[in-house]
Design a binder for this molecule. Structure first.
Ligand code: ZN
Length: 258
């Protein structure tokens, strides 16, 4: 992508770090589902070209420029301009909303490929932001669980909670099940066979009632079924594919624990 200019596109800043005295390096989740890193020269000094200081949780229209030729192929593309398409001001009014948006940003950054030809992740992100903008804690929690599971699924890591992913046997309605992120969902006791014993990374157990509640949030979109343990439960599942997001989710879950 380096060395090529492109017209305006829309995106969200999903990560930013300071560079030098006045610059920012930002990661932008774009409409095509890719996350592109870019250098915003002077972004900490002037908001003339970079509206709202390139804040998180703002939908921007962005214009990329050409990186300086002398810096070679590894230079970041330059971000020339960013204008606000939509600010989700309500997200900043509430700690749980901010956490829900922050987690979605980190997960997107972890999961997105540099080049993508699919708007799916961007669409999920926009929907998530709209849902949480004025939501209460329970609805924010439900949206976060759904975003996590849907974003993982979109990235090719679905988590099936209905049946064993190996033999297809329906999950029992009255017993604890084992969920393995690396295998994409529940693995029944029989299929686990001798490979059981000891927690492994990306594995979590789920009691029958909890599985039903999680399914309601995941599939039915029932925010009322959300319970705070779901966020903590998701940490190893998310961590199997998105380590930064898992660390963020651990912090995030504390805001629902009180
Ligand atoms: Zn099985």
């Amino acid at each position: 992508m380096t060395g090529r200019t492109s017209g305006p596109r829309e995106g969200f800043i999903v990560a930013r770090s300071e560079h030098g005295e006045t610059d920012l390096v930002v990661s932008i989740l774009l409409e095509d589902g890719s996350v592109r890193r870019a250098m915003a020269k002077g972004a900490r000094k002037s908001t003339r070209r970079f509206a709202a200081g390139l804040s998180a949780f703002v939908r921007y229209r962005v214009v990329f420029g050409r990186p300086p030729a002398r810096q070679g192929a590894n230079a970041f593309p330059r971000l020339d301009e960013a204008t606000v398409v939509r600010a989700y001001a309500g997200v900043l009014d509430d700690l749980r909303r901010t956490s829900a948006a922050g987690f979605a940003s980190v997960l997107s950054s972890d999961l997105a490929r540099e080049v993508s030809h699919d708007a799916g992740l961007f669409a999920l992100f926009v929907e998530h932001m709209g849902r949480i903008e004025h939501a209460d804690g329970v609805a924010c929690g439900g949206a976060t669980v759904r975003f996590a599971l849907r974003a993982l699924e979109h990235a090719g890591f679905p988590i099936a909670l209905d049946a064993c992913v190996r033999c297809g046997k329906p999950a029992p309605d009255n017993a604890l099940v084992h969920v393995r992120a690396a295998e994409g969902g529940i693995v029944c006791a029989k299929c686990s066979g001798t490979s059981g014993g000891g927690a492994r990374s990306g594995e979590a157990t789920l009691r029958a009632a909890d599985r039903r509640a999680l399914r309601r949030v995941q599939t039915d979109g029932a925010d009322a079924a959300f319970e705070p343990w779901m966020l903590t439960w998701l940490v190893p599942i998310v961590g199997a594919h998105a380590p930064h997001a898992a660390a963020n989710l651990t912090q995030c879950a504390r805001h629902w624990a009180t």
